[in-house]
Structure formats: C-alpha cells, structure tokens
Design a protein around this ligand. Structure first.
Ligand code: ATP
Ligand code: MG
Length: 139
C-alpha cells in the first residue's frame, strides 16, 4: 500500500531566483496539502547526511556545495499516493527531459539546479520529514 505523505525541498537556485512563492502556489494547485513548512539553510554536515546515498557519485561534492549555497524551503506534503504523484508533478531529474508544465520544466536551470527535491519512497519520505520537522512543527 502506498503512503500519503512526501517530502520536498525548494532548492537554493529556485529560492535565489525568486520562485519560492510560485512553486508553493503550484504545489497547492496540484492538490498537495502542506503539513509542515520551513525556510532555512542547510549546513554542510546536514547536506552531506541528506544526500549520503549519493556519496560515491562524482557529483556529490558539487551537490553538497550547491545545496548549502543559500536558503531552501522544506515541506511535508500530503496527497493520496504522494511520493509517486509528486515525482510525476515535478518532472524528470534532468529538466531537459521534464514534461512541459512540471515544476522542473518551469523552474529548473540545470540537471543539478533542478528547482526541487521529491522523496523517492514512502520510507524516505518519513525519514526526510523527520530530519527537518519535530511533531510540534506539523499541522
Ligand atoms: P531529488 O533527490 O533531488 O528529488 P532525483 O531523485 O530526481 O532528485 P537523484 O538521482 O536522487 O535525483 O539525484 C539527487 C540530485 O542530485 C538531483 O536532483 C540533482 O540535483 C543532482 N544530480 C543527480 N544526477 C546528477 C548529475 N549527473 N550531475 C549533477 N547533479 C546531479
Ligand atoms: Mg532522489
């Protein structure tokens, strides 16, 4: 059975480009309910931990530098089949392959600077949500 929550981040490039409000609007328009929301900045240690699954990949160092380069927005989202629904809604990792109208097609500027993160499994959605939010920070 699929879960009903996912976790997202609006990445530093999209925040710096002034797209934070537009992306939050688009998330809500897509029928995702915001359960928790935070504007913050990742430390290097936090970014390394968040992306630890990629630590052997050649882009890991660059990704950590990018993700700590400015403020991000973190959110827990709720919808039926949230993980798959949100990954479809944001589009492919590489914006060149993202469906027109998806968040990455609209706001990404490169494969690395691809506007938003979306959890890739129900288990990771829970782990990532817990990484950023206490119970008190959820509505
Ligand atoms: P995310 O986890 O951010 O939602 P994703 O699940 O679509 O993205 P992953 O394979 O988990 O893609 O990669 C994590 C992030 O690492 C990507 O979103 C992108 O920012 C960056 N990335 C992935 N592949 C590359 C690459 N080949 N070169 C540079 N950056 C990359
Ligand atoms: Mg991923």
């Amino acid at each position: 059975m699929s879960g009903n929550v996912t976790f997202t981040m609006i990445k530093p490039q999209a925040v710096a480009d002034g797209k934070m409000g537009k992306i939050i609007d688009k998330i809500i328009e897509g029928g995702f309910k915001i359960k928790a929301l935070k504007y913050t900045r990742l430390s290097k240690e936090q970014a390394m931990k968040f992306y630890a699954v990629h630590k052997e990949r050649p882009f890991y160092g660059s990704l950590v530098d990018f993700m700590t380069s400015g403020p991000i927005v973190a959110a827990i989202l709720e919808k039926d089949d949230a993980v798959a629904a949100y990954r479809k809604y944001i589009g492919s990792t590489n914006p060149a392959d993202a469906e027109p109208g998806t968040i990455r097609a609209l706001y990404a500027t490169s494969l690395e600077k691809n506007a938003v993160h979306g959890s890739d499994s129900d288990d990771n959605a829970i782990i990532e949500g817990n990484f950023f939010f206490s119970e008190f920070e959820r509505a």
